[in-house]
Design a protein around this ligand. Sequence first.
Ligand SMILES: [Zn+2]
Length: 309
Amino acid sequence: MKHIVRMALVALAIPAVNFALVNPAEAAAQETLSQSYRESRRDDVAYQKIEPIKAFDNLYYVAPGFVSVWLLVTSEGLILIDSAQEPYVDHVIDNIRKAGFDPKNIKYIMITHGHLDHFGGAARIQELSGARVMAVAEDWDLIEQAGSRPGRNGAPAPRVPKRDTVVKEGDFLTLGNTSLKLHQTPGHTPGVMSAEFTVFENGIPYKAFLHGGAGARDGLAGAQQAVATAARVANIVDIEVGVMVHSWMETNTYPNGSIFERAERLKNRKPGEENPFVDPRSWVRWRNAASINAAKTLAAEQAKAAAPK
Ligand SMILES: [Zn+2]
């Protein structure tokens, strides 16, 4: 996966006077903890295997560092949001146990979009648990395509889940005391799934929104979809918790610290301080930045389409 964040980072990391002197060590020194999982330490498997994070009473981060896997706990079992990929699937399963839950109790696996880092563990976790796997139709196509051709560097084709539950705009997933409103938010892929749901801390509810993948891809069509998606997401109001599918995010990191900066603050929180994952202003800033970036990508794609061949 290529993401625009790399360009933004380079731009930030280069002081105007000595732009020729930037080296990788310097760049690493300037990246945030959350960015390190995508940048300087992306291939460091041991580093990626982080402990689970309890963000809310009913929401845990159980993934490696570079891609999110969120575990949503309900009165009737578990919902897993994304599944990471090899070699991290055992780590995800271990983290679910470390967090105090039985992976066999997963009832649903929601795939936010059809890129391997999100769906790559779904087949194994489905076998383990018997969970239903949910994705939008267009991204079931992507998953099936990925399963039918060799992986990178001649690796065997990744194992993929069989097409199971097909999600459409406005569907609800209800399990026990928990209900998620599902959205189709295409742009990053043709079939991104996003979700509105409620997280709790000490019984206090907060409105959360999981954006399943921002950052336009797939040329002009993807950019047009991303602009339309951004406009629709802007109409979903009163979001207090932005749930990210990566600790870094395309086009800009989550303002005011991303997942691991917030997790650190949560660990060191003093009595009476609010949960650092509750941050409605950062959500709006991120959403606006994603919208501006989608518009920029669309303009660039339109210019490319109009240029003489
Ligand atoms: Zn992706």
